[in-house]
Each structure stands twice: as C-alpha cells, then as structure tokens.
Design a protein around this ligand. Structure first.
Ligand SMILES: *Cc1c(COP(=O)(O)O)cnc(C)c1O
Ligand SMILES: [Zn+2]
Length: 412
C-alpha cells in the first residue's frame, strides 16, 4: 500500500482532517476552507532520491505515484498522462533575442489538456472509494478530460459546461459518452449547479477547487519540469490562470521537490489572466478578490469567481512571482507566433501564457539571461474558431500547374 498521506489541512484556518473520502472542505470555514493534502515527507525523503528517479522506467505522471493520494495502482487507467515534452524553443528564442525559452507541451495529454493530470487522479480516486458516478463543471477542458477518463474506467459522468463552450470541447464530451448538460449561463453558474447536484445525488465531485485530491495530479507537472531540467529548475514558470488550481498545483510540485532535497531552489511563478477576466490579478495587486463577469475568447480562463484564490495567490507570493494580464488581441497574435516558430499549436489559454511571458520580458521583469518555461496547457485544435481569427491566407486555385506558377510568380 503506497499511501504517504498523513492528513488534510485547511488553507484558511490550518485545521487538520483525516483524509476521509467524503471530506471536501473545512467544516469551520466552509467553501473558503479548501484543503491541502499533506504527506509524510520524512518517510519519502529517504525513498525518493535522484537515483530512484533515474532508475524509474515510468514515462508518465505515475512516476510520482508515492506523492499522490492513491492507495493502489489498480485503479489507474492506461491512458498515457503526463511526462509531456519540454522543448527548447530555439527559433522562437532567436526571434525574440531570448535564448532560454522552453515550452512544456501539455496539449499532448490524452484529451488534449493539462486537466488530464487531475482527472486521472480524480477517476482513480473515485474508483478507489467505490463511486460509480462522477461529475464536474468546467469551462471545457476539465469536462472533456473527466469524460475521457470516465470512459476508460467505465464510470458514468455528468458534465456541466456553459452552453457557449467551444464546439470541439462539447464534441469531445459527446464522443466520450458523457451526460452533457449545457448550462445557459456562465461557467460560474454551471459550477454552483454542479456542486448542488453532487450534494443532492451523491455524485463524486471532480471540481478542483472543492476536491483536494485533484490538485495533486496537477503538481506532477512541477515535478516533471524540475526533473526534465536535471534538477536544476528554470528561473520562471509562466502559466495561464483561471480558478488558480493549475498554477498552485505546479508550485506545490516544486515546493515538494525542494522539501525532499531534490532541488535547492524553486522557480518564480508568473500567472497570466485575460484582461476581461482578471480577478486574481486585481487581488494580487490590491489584496481582495472581487467577482467579475468574465469576457475573453480564452474560454479556459474565463473565470469570474476564482475558487482557488487563496492557494494561487499564496503560490505566486511564496515563489516571489508575479501576475499579469494580456488582451484577446495579444492572445490571438500569440497563438500564431508560437505555432509558427515552434510547431506547438496552443488553444487561447495556452497561448495566453506565452503572451504574458512576452509582456514580462518587455517590461524587464524577466531578464534576458533567465531560463523560462511557458506551459502550453491546452491543444490548439480544441478551439479552431479562435485560431482561425488569428490567421489569414489560403489561395483557391484550379488543379493546374500553370495557374500555380502564376500565383507563385505574383507572390515573389
Ligand atoms: C483550466 C485551464 C487553465 C487554468 O487552470 P486553472 O486551474 O483554472 O487556473 C489554463 N489553460 C487551460 C487550457 C485550461 O484548460
Ligand atoms: Zn478552516
């Protein structure tokens, strides 16, 4: 039995709880009291050494199994999740005059986004406790991801998404056989409806902000980056932020790697939001979170009431990082630039991270000599409508060589 979890701890008041399966939030603090999973790091220190990792043949996020809140490997699905590629973006770096830019392509996960890391753990956990029905509310990716892993595991899933979610994401849900509920409202409204439904019908709740186990899957990306850099981590990690669980999760991975003595310093975390959905940037600058009505084409980060504010703000501050906004135009330009110079096609939220990096570079917050990882959290094929708005071209012609010659001539 590989279970190093000691307890759950409220991020708000510090109260401790047993890791009971139905324990979601702090009894005292309610929804504000998100719980953090704590492990027996002393026992893990002697076990998880650099040598141990060097010998591990596992090329997935399950190489960090001992750091996950799962008792048995039997409930893990075969879908390949995590250990996504880290690329040195050479041509893009040259274009920018910035030699050490790296892209972590999490669009390569089974359903095309970073969310698979969390869903993989969530579904394994649901199976462990004997749940048959799982549910989540999502801007799109958490949904497709839960639907995909539920399909692999044979669980029934109920998925709440805003009716405006991009077509590719809704299509994914349907092909995976989920029960799809298109909520005529915002993501935030879908979220509340889903939580109420979970309570009423006893479904397993995959919502990251409320289910403490899911962020544990996300932290594996931090571990991977540390390890892929040969335990000499980069200076910055830049990520898009919606609810905040993803960035907070990655930060937890780095913090743990440092705690276990595998790295001796941690990167600074930069969180990027869209101008039309920037409650966490405001909170970072002014101290308190005020809900907004989100307006951005980057649907994955169109979150007006972030549910992991405490965790993400603490992560950014503890890492001596920063937060920044980018406009929708910046995001569209970033999709094209990133793809054109690296071959990595990002959905708008993924490209937002790159747009944020550029802004921080031009503002002098990130230095020219520093090493930076931009995490591409979602695949560009998930939202081709936005991508199509970012590019022009394509010539129609008859299947005729002479006509082609004329076109090529004119283009010279
Ligand atoms: C969910 C998501 C994010 C943001 O993650 P949060 O945990 O909501 O902050 C960023 N990019 C993509 C592609 C996502 O799906
Ligand atoms: Zn509490």
């Amino acid at each position: 039995m590989s279970w190093f979890v000691t307890h759950l701890e409220c991020v708000h008041c510090g109260r401790r709880y047993d890791p009971a399966p139905d324990r979601y939030v702090c009894t005292e603090c309610g929804i504000k009291g998100i719980l953090d999973v704590k492990y027996d790091y002393e026992a893990l220190t002697g076990r998880l050494t650099r040598e141990w990792f060097r010998q591990s043949p596992d090329r997935s996020q399950w190489r960090y199994f001992d750091l996950l809140p799962l008792a048995r490997r039997e409930t893990i699905q075969d879908l390949q999740v995590g250990w996504t590629p880290l690329y040195l973006a050479g041509r893009l770096g040259e274009h920018l005059g910035f030699p050490n830019l790296y892209i972590k392509d999490d669009g390569r996960n089974p359903t095309g986004s970073f969310k698979d890391r969390a869903s993989a753990v969530g579904v394994a956990r649901a199976l462990e406790i004997g749940a048959r029905v799982v549910a989540c509310a999502s801007t799109g990716n958490a949904a497709s991801s839960l639907a995909g892993f539920s399909a692999a595991a044979g669980l029934t899933s109920y998925i709440f998404v805003p009716a405006t979610a991009p077509e590719a994401k809704v299509t994914q849900l349907l092909v995976y056989g989920a029960n799809v509920l298109l909520v005529d409202g915002t993501y935030d409204e879908a979220y509340y409806l889903c939580n109420a439904a979970c309570e009423r019908w006893g479904w397993y709740n995959r919502n990251c902000a409320i289910n403490p186990y899911l962020m544990e899957g996300k932290k594996t990306a931090g571990w991977e980056i540390a390890e892929q850099f040969g335990w000499d981590p980069p200076d910055w990690v830049v990520m898009a932020v919606g609810d905040g669980c993803s960035l907070a999760g990655v930060w937890k991975g780095f913090a743990e790697a440092k705690l276990l003595g595998l790295i001796d310093r941690t990167p600074r975390m930069a969180g990027v939001q869209a101008e039309g959905a920037r409650p966490l940037v405001d909170a970072f600058e002014r101290g308190s979170v005020a809900p907004v009505r989100p307006q951005t084409l980057a649907d994955s980060i169109a979150v007006g009431e972030p549910r992991n504010a405490a965790k993400v703000l603490r992560a950014v501050r503890d890492s001596q990082g920063t937060m920044i906004t980018v406009s929708d135009d910046d995001i569209l330009a970033a999709i094209h630039e990133l793809a054109r110079f690296t071959g990595v096609f990002a959905e708008p939220a993924g490209a937002a991270a790159y747009a944020g990096f550029k802004k921080l570079l031009h503002a002098g917050v990130i230095g020219r000599e520093e090493r930076v990882v931009v995490v591409v959290t979602g695949n560009g094929l998930k939202d081709i409508k936005s991508a199509r708005a970012a590019v022009q071209g394509g010539r129609t012609l008859r299947p005729d060589l002479a006509e082609l010659a004329k076109i090529l001539e004119a283009a010279r």
